[in-house]
Write a protein that binds this ligand. Sequence first.
Ligand code: XMP
Length: 319
Amino acid sequence: KWTPLAVIENAIEAIRAQVGDEKVILGLSGGVDSAVAGTLIHRAIGDQLTSIFVNTGFLRKNEPESVLAVFRDEMGMNVIYNNATERFLDALQGKTEPEQKRKIIGNEFIEVFKEEANALEGVRFLAQGTIYPDVIESASGSKTAHVIKSHHNVGGLPEQLGFELVEPLRDLFKDEVRKVGTALGLPDHIVWRQPFPGPGLAIRCLGDLTWDRLETLREADAIFLEELEKAGLLVGDTAQCFAVLLPVKAVGVMGDLRTYEEVIALRAVQTQDFMTADWVRLPYDLLAQVSSHIVNKVKGVNRVVYDVTSKPPGTIEWE
Ligand code: XMP
């Protein structure tokens, strides 16, 4: 019979057998897969594991803090934190073309990770949170799978670094990964975290990528998620909800004054497999609440719109 505890026991044994007394590094993203892989490996080999957590500057509000609080403080793992925010912003200056942005972010990520990895001595293994569907998708070579792979599992890193791979989740489906995560004591906000693209908020901040505009987006996004959570509508499994900052200015009125500011688009989709998706019929009252909250609290935004496009023809993300 399949139980999380049996999976954990087997995985720990397999990791110990593979790794011996060698050192392992892992890229922590804050996502459920790398979180569960890291926790399992840490159970198996303790301080032989070092995790590297890169803050691209494109994470959501409070995300870096919460990742460090869970893995460094609660789990007691060795976590190297690299705040590469400025470096990513510099690399993306003046870039607005979506594919170019993705490529720059992917390459920059590999560079930062490589620098951290090379600074550690005597590492033999690289751990990844590859799960069974990733294995299948990359075998079938579909375009989406390729994009997701190249960010999510930092494709290309093993070859570039010359490490051997440790992939304790290779046989597991997503729901099994979550069960294992819960059994390992990971908090719900990690276990049930919504999918989040590797390039993060960079592909939800359309137009000029500046720190101020990213902060605007982060605030608006946090308000949307908070209201959804309060309404009990933030189910992590098959839904994705987020804000997008548009490179468009609109005229508005605040008190007696004319405003001329940017527009936030809200997106909430329901999906089984991320290949197709439908927009969620959120209650009007909730949308009203989110809209007034955002316009009143977030600097630089005077209008909120709701995206009513399904996939296809839209994609889930705007870029
Ligand atoms: P689209 O926008 O193609 O997104 O409908 C489908 C799913 O994939 C996620 N996504 C990514 N995930 N790296 C990732 O790890 C990426 O570069 C990336 N781009 C899109 C998206 O959030 C959605 O869940």
